[in-house]
Ligand binder design. Sequence first.
Ligand code: FE
Length: 232
Amino acid sequence: MLFRQLFDEATWTYTYLIADPETNEAILVDPVAEQVERDLRILQELGLTLRYCLETHIHADHITGSGKLREITGCQSIVPANAKAACADRFIQDGEQVQMGSVHIEAIATLGHTDSHMAYLINGTHVLTGDSLFIRGCGRTDFQSGDSGAMFDSVTERLFTLPDDTLVYPGHDYKGETVSTIGEEKQWNPRFAGHNRDSFIDLMSNLKLPNPKKIMEAVPANERCGKVAVSA
Ligand code: FE
């Protein structure tokens, strides 16, 4: 499997490019609108055909590149079940799978950051955690239908039950880290290690984070697969 982690500096967002080197089919997970040209260039240079754009959730901090990529490449856009994005080609449910040549992707419902969030387990070895589990952190739960109790349950019951050596690739990182493992996060993640559900909820309600700069435009645009409304 070809596996690449790509970064958007403006929003600290990771996009993942995954491909089958035999069939040259590719999938992009959480593409960013401002990085579409970069993504197209890499696809072209590696001789890959984009089959799918897959979202972990409807983002509040950046506009998805999936709409533009679909227009240009004819790929399919896949979003989690219950996501408010009528423009998507397919809605993926918990436990559902996407098979693309030798690349096998399984959706794991990980609610909490939003009420329609999926992590994706790739070939049983790499888990893309979106904005649920971060490296030594987790996604926020204070807007967009966030729910701290659901986040605690998702991470401890769905992600921490994966094998310890599963590689963890988050949707963002704000400190320059790129990859971790489930075992490492169980031991060292300060949001979960030594916490129970109640103390986690308490911790999350006292973070007092500012809203993402792009929330007012990003959420409505992402509900339209990244199309920004043209104002009169
Ligand atoms: Fe998010």
